[in-house]
Write a protein that binds this ligand. Structure first.
Ligand code: CA
Length: 656
């Protein structure tokens, strides 16, 4: 970057942030892109610095150029009474001399690999019954149990028995079975009892050739408002591209499952040559003083949510998915790169559509950002982000050890001194009078105002799977002991206050052996399907573990006391047992009259290598979760007030 270019960029940024520019060139309409009905099509694009913009309609034989009209607040428009449904288009933008070709960042559809934007009459993309389609209804966000899934992982392995491999439609298939006849795919997920499927990026991303699909996580956004083409059977057919995603959502909704999208507005796959940047150079991005792109995403650039047109884009895009595709929630990748005002504005807009829509994200950045810390939507600022949740890396790392060190152990894998961190996590990282912050290693403040702001988990697509992490950190364990640790980990976060979340396949001990044959893959973002795909025959081998997860989820769902949404309610109903064996945690949930089938619940966590005895108040306790099983059916009755909890296990007991 030479100094002349740097100073040109700085002068553009100064212009963008000037009061006059903000007044003249902030467009607040919601009709950007191409809006198509049977009675006409309107195009509108924001390019405040352009001298000329032409709409280019592409046919197989010729490309027609239609000059666009300079319109209000930096936009250019073109209107026709023809329905251009299915027409391919792009814009020619002339600015400061040269003319460049840009696709439409607001486009609702595109051809394969985003070569052209496509006009779409959305009314023609709806599957049968779409007008009655509705996601599940939750009383409170803590009722959610979230299953994190990559579409390709679900179906690519032959053991899935799924026909539409790697496609949206594969997640809509029922009746699929593994070699032993156990349900796979959608049937399996339904049977688990989770409430929501969180899909890794399924908006259009850049890394995969849609005509010859391969594996990628998809964290490299190309077109925010368009489904990813590699997940549809015909990426070049505009109606199919949209309809198949809607069909999947419709099927999941019909089975009572909500759909959460992983959205990656914090950076784009390309920066200098992105459609955003061609239409309004450097407006949509945070720039460094030397004229380079800021890189708080660690992916080469970061978007500038604080600029009004980026903020509007983000709000409109999220609202579009919620309304047009009936999406039930959003997970914001590197949410810490978005500013607090933008996240709150999204919450407000989603509330107008459906206040039940879930919002959560990664409360951190991927690297240094020019956005001041006080403005970032990071964990430390969550009290200023009401009804938005963040991932609890506190509980995650306390349970199994740091994700940044393969060998590091946690509460379930033999590390001592983490009881207060576990207690902190159990309360959803929200204020509780019995938590001593001085003893919490991973935090010096309650970062969540309410447990509903806390996502509890031990595995996600990033880093090692839980099973592989346990193998790396405790290599000498017997398989039996490793399973005990895994089950204890699951029992902790599935009984904690907050919103539980897990990576697909954790319930049958998912593993990602490295392609090299040595060790495990902790960053499989572009590893082959053989590494990433769910191996459904493991479910046969580990059906006991899978059943344990099912039972933990059922126990959670049967007890509103495990799903309190305010810290005041947690403080009122959750009390820790004062005298517990060294290195263990125990607590009671009592006095909650919210339809619980048990009046009092005791959760006892013993990570130590020996059985220990806990003393409980009164008598007549019934065991519902043990080292062997979990669920809503009684496993054993305890007479007296002493409960023996085996090594490395969780017990949950109740009194009616
Ligand atoms: Ca794509």
């Amino acid at each position: 970057m030479n100094s002349v270019t740097a100073s040109i960029i700085q002068s553009k940024l100064a212009l963008y942030d000037s009061a006059a520019f903000l007044r003249e060139y902030t467009y607040c309409g919601h009709d950007l892109g191409s809006v198509c009905t049977p009675s006409g099509t309107c195009f509108r694009v924001w390019s405040p610095g352009a001298d000329r913009v032409a709409l280019c309609l592409v046919s197989d034989t010729r490309t027609g150029q239609l000059p666009m009209t300079r319109s209000e607040h930096g936009t250019w428009s073109y209107q026709t009474e023809a329905s251009l449904h299915g027409s391919r288009y792009y814009y020619l933008v002339t600015m400061d001399g040269p003319t460049v070709k840009a696709t439409d960042p607001y486009a609702r559809c595109c051809t394969a690999n985003g070569t052209y934007s496509v006009v779409i009459d959305l009314s023609q993309t709806n599957p049968d019954g779409w007008s009655e389609d509705k996601g599940p209804v939750l009383d409170r966000p803590t009722d959610a149990v979230i299953y994190e899934l990559h579409l390709r992982d679900l179906s690519m392995d032959s053991s899935s028995g799924i026909l539409h491999k790697g496609k949206f439609l594969g997640l809509a298939e029922t009746g699929t079975r593994n070699a032993a006849g156990l349900p796979t795919g959608l049937d399996h997920i339904r049977g688990l009892g989770v409430t929501h499927i969180h899909l890794l990026p399924c908006f259009d991303y850049a890394s995969v050739d849609e005509t010859k699909p391969s594996f990628n996580w998809g964290y490299d956004p190309a077109n925010y408002n368009i489904p990813e083409g590699s997940y549809v059977t015909a990426p070049n057919d505009p109606v199919t591209r949209i309809r198949e995603m809607k069909e999947m959502i419709h099927t999941l909704h019909a089975h009572g499952l909500g759909v959460i999208m992983d959205v990656v507005y914090n950076h784009t796959a390309v920066a200098e040559d992105s459609h955003f940047n061609l239409l309004a150079p450097y407006y949509y991005y945070r720039m460094m003083p030397d004229g380079s792109f800021a890189n708080g995403s660690d992916c080469g650039n970061e978007t500038a949510s604080e600029r009004p047109m980026m903020r509007n884009f983000l709000i409109d895009s999220v609202a579009y998915w919620a309304k047009e595709y009936h999406i039930d929630g959003f997970r914001f990748d590197l949410m810490g790169l978005h500013d607090i005002d933008t996240m709150n504005a999204i919450r407000t807009r989603l509330d107008e559509i459906n206040p039940q829509l879930l919002m959560y994200g990664e409360g951190w950045t991927g690297g240094p950002s020019p956005l001041p810390e006080s403005r970032r939507a990071v964990k430390q600022n969550m009290t200023r982000l009401p009804r938005i949740a963040a991932f609890s890396d506190n509980l995650r790392d306390a349970i199994k050890g740091s994700v940044f060190n393969a060998k590091d152990t946690g509460f379930v894998s033999g590390r001592k001194g983490l009881c207060e961190d576990i207690r902190f996590g159990i309360c959803g990282c929200a204020p509780h009078p019995e938590i001593n912050l001085k003893l919490v290693r991973s935090a010096n403040a309650f970062w969540a105002a309410e447990p509903a702001q806390c996502i509890n988990y031990v595995s996600a697509h990033d880093n090692y799977t839980l099973w592989d992490k346990l193998a790396c950190s405790c290599p000498k364990d017997s398989p039996e002991l490793r399973i005990r640790r895994n089950k204890l980990a699951a029992a902790i976060y599935l009984t904690s206050q907050g919103i539980p979340f897990f990576q697909a396949g954790e319930e049958f001990l998912r593993t990602k052996p490295a392609e090299s044959g040595i060790g495990f893959d902790d960053n499989s973002y572009r590893s082959p399907d053989s590494v990433n795909s769910l191996k459904w025959d493991r479910m046969t081998e580990y059906s006991g573990v899978c059943g344990y997860y099912r039972g933990l989820i059922a126990f959670r769902k049967a007890h509103p006391a495990l799903r309190l949404d305010t810290s005041a309610a947690v403080a009122r109903h959750l009390t820790f047992l004062k005298k517990v064996p060294a290195g263990t945690v125990g607590y009671l949930l009592s006095g909650h009259a919210g339809g619980d089938f048990l009046k009092e619940i005791a959760i006892l966590l013993n990570p130590t290598p020996a059985a220990v005895s806990f003393s409980l108040p009164g008598g007549d306790w019934t065991v519902y979760i043990s080292d062997a099983a979990a669920g809503t059916a009684p496993l054993a009755h305890i007479s007296g007030s002493t409960v023996r909890v085996p090594a490395v296990s969780c017990f949950a007991l109740g009194r009616a």
